[in-house]
Design a protein around this ligand. Structure first.
Ligand code: COA
Ligand code: MG
Length: 277
């Protein structure tokens, strides 16, 4: 499952869901949680169920349900599972227990699970627990909107827009937690959707750091995100050169390529990049 861009669409906006199919996003996240008001939850469940039932599925479809402990998740799942979503995005996830809880609720469905793993203070202490629980786990992502509200922070950002230390930690632990669990680290949304230059810089940093995809909130963000998480021709050529250098020197540990030392981790990076193609 290719997951460079995952575009959120509010579950109570059927016309936007239909339009979102043709925007180039690798996946849509049909939202039943924060972008849908309490009064509209039932209507949104119906709209998402109807959308899942439409013939043909050109892109991967996730549904973001409400948190497991909020009294709404069971109704969300009852409404959407008959439509066979490809995956469920789990907000306010708190480690292995949440994964097990959702896994049990999914029953015979083959839906994968993408937890949003940094939205509560307790979740921050559980980022190392996601591996080895269920084959459904497909990635790990994080959020910087709910955590500051939960701990009483006035903002998650510096005046220039960069995250403050607590949220850099949340981002880093998500990256390590996903890698430790052997699943895809997915970068969080870039809320300022008119600032495409800022998004391009942010997504490039994410790709550099090891994230393999990112969530989007607006159609204009999709192409920028896809580009950032697609290896460049130069990256591919370099990776091929690294692999070729080791193939040409069987048994060698360290080699030189273009005047630089390459050894086991460089080969691993190169193989990983070529594996993404
Ligand atoms: N999915 C599909 N289409 C979308 C879209 C989305 N997430 N966001 C905007 N569009 C469409 C609009 O329908 C509009 O289409 P039109 O030109 O045919 O009328 C076009 O893109 C331009 O929209 P624009 O006017 O720039 O945005 P807006 O002010 O109407 O909406 C948001 C801005 C942020 C409310 C909207 O992008 C949105 O709902 N995003 C998702 C929010 C969400 O799910 N949040 C939860 C996770 S953080
Ligand atoms: Mg939220």
């Amino acid at each position: 499952m290719r997951l460079r861009s995952l575009l959120f669409v509010p579950g109570d906006r059927p016309e936007r869901m239909e339009k979102a199919l043709g925007l180039g996003a690798d996946a849509l996240i049909l939202d039943l949680e924060d972008s849908v008001s309490l009064e509209k939850k039932a209507e949104a469940r119906g709209a998402v169920a109807a959308f899942l039932a439409r013939p043909g599925r050109p892109v991967t479809l996730f549904v973001r349900i409400n948190p497991l402990d909020g009294g709404m998740a069971a109704d969300d799942l009852a409404a959407v599972l008959p439509g066979r979503p490809d995956g469920i995005v789990l907000p306010k996830a708190e480690g292995a227990a949440s994964l097990r809880g959702l896994d049990a609720l999914l029953g015979a469905s083959d839906a994968r699970i993408l937890p949003i793993a940094t939205e509560t203070p307790a979740a921050m202490f559980r980022l190392g627990e996601y591996g080895g629980v269920t084959e459904r786990l497909i990635g790990l992502t994080w959020g910087a909107e709910d955590l500051p509200a939960a701990i009483g922070a006035r903002s998650a950002r510096e005046a220039d827009g960069r995250y403050t230390e607590p949220y850099k930690l949340a981002r880093s632990l998500t990256l390590f937690g996903a890698a430790a669990a052997g699943v895809a680290p997915i970068e969080t949304v870039y809320p300022d959707f008119r600032d495409l230059d800022g998004l391009a810089r942010y997504a490039a940093d994410a790709a550099r750091d090891g994230f393999t995809g990112m969530m989007a909130i607006h159609p204009a963000q999709v192409a920028v995100i896809n580009a950032a998480f697609t290896p460049s021709d130069a990256d591919i050529a370099h990776a091929r050169a690294v692999v070729a250098a080791f193939a040409a020197s069987p048994g060698a540990g360290a080699l030189s390529l273009d005047g630089r030392m390459i050894d086991a981790p460089h080969l691993k990076q190169a193989e990983r990049l070529l594996g993404m193609l």
